[in-house]
Design a protein around this ligand. Structure first.
Ligand SMILES: [Zn+2]
Ligand SMILES: [Zn+2]
Length: 216
């Protein structure tokens, strides 16, 4: 009925529930081969940030702890070569439809915490045309409570510069802050960006904040 969003191969139609109701699921947006290139984070991961293949706390989380920060993060996929290629198309080529591939994973996050996507700076938003994190949340409820001012692009900075970068998040004026927030990002690299957003919300008296990214 359709072709794979990544490789254009025809996807054989299966009489599944979702096919019958034309729901968008990873199964009818991508062919099996492309789906199989994405790797879930293995059982063995850092309990705080989901870094793969470490037993006990990873060095990143130990360093955060020295700064008094207890990372409370979850993720689903490894940021492997297939994911990098996917994000290059989704974000940098601006293929909005690709957000639908992973949207079902975000829909499962809805719980008692309010989902808050990390914002883009006005420049990035203008350039890309959409917030790729909010687009993942299309099938679920979320609130955009934060704004981001202009800063050097994270992707143009090396790891050191990223960790030292300034907090550019602020809370939108006149929003009502819920007591529990789940902050959402696409990729967790150093955790610095998410921690900046956590700090911003904590100083505004949000008490329970955890974080989530599709990839780690
Ligand atoms: Zn494919
Ligand atoms: Zn960790």
């Amino acid at each position: 009925m359709g072709s794979c969003l990544l490789c254009n191969q025809e996807i054989p139609q299966k009489l599944t529930f979702s096919a019958l109701f034309l729901l968008k699921t990873p199964e009818n947006l991508l062919c099996e081969k492309c789906q199989s290139t994405f790797e879930k984070i293995p059982e063995q991961h850092c309990p705080r940030c989901y870094k793969s293949d470490v037993s006990g706390l990873c060095t990143d989380c130990k360093n955060w702890e020295k700064l008094g920060i207890f990372v409370n993060h979850r993720a689903i996929f490894r940021y492997n070569a297939a994911m990098k290629a996917y994000f290059a198309r989704y974000k940098f080529l601006g293929d909005y439809r690709l957000g639908q591939v992973f949207a079902p994973y975000f829909a499962k996050l809805a719980g008692n915490a309010v989902l808050v996507p990390l914002p883009l700076s006005p420049e990035s938003l203008k350039e890309r045309g959409f917030n790729q994190v909010s687009a993942f949340l299309e099938q679920t409820k979320f609130q955009e409570l934060l704004t981001k001012s202009t800063s050097p692009r994270q992707s143009s900075l090396d790891r050191h510069a990223r960790l030292a970068s300034k907090n550019t998040f602020s809370i939108k004026p006149e929003v009502h802050l819920p007591p529990k927030i789940l902050l959402i990002d696409d990729i967790y690299t150093t955790g610095r960006t998410l921690q900046h957003a956590v700090e911003t919300l904590k100083t505004a008296s949000v008490t329970e904040i955890s974080t989530f990214s599709l990839c780690r």
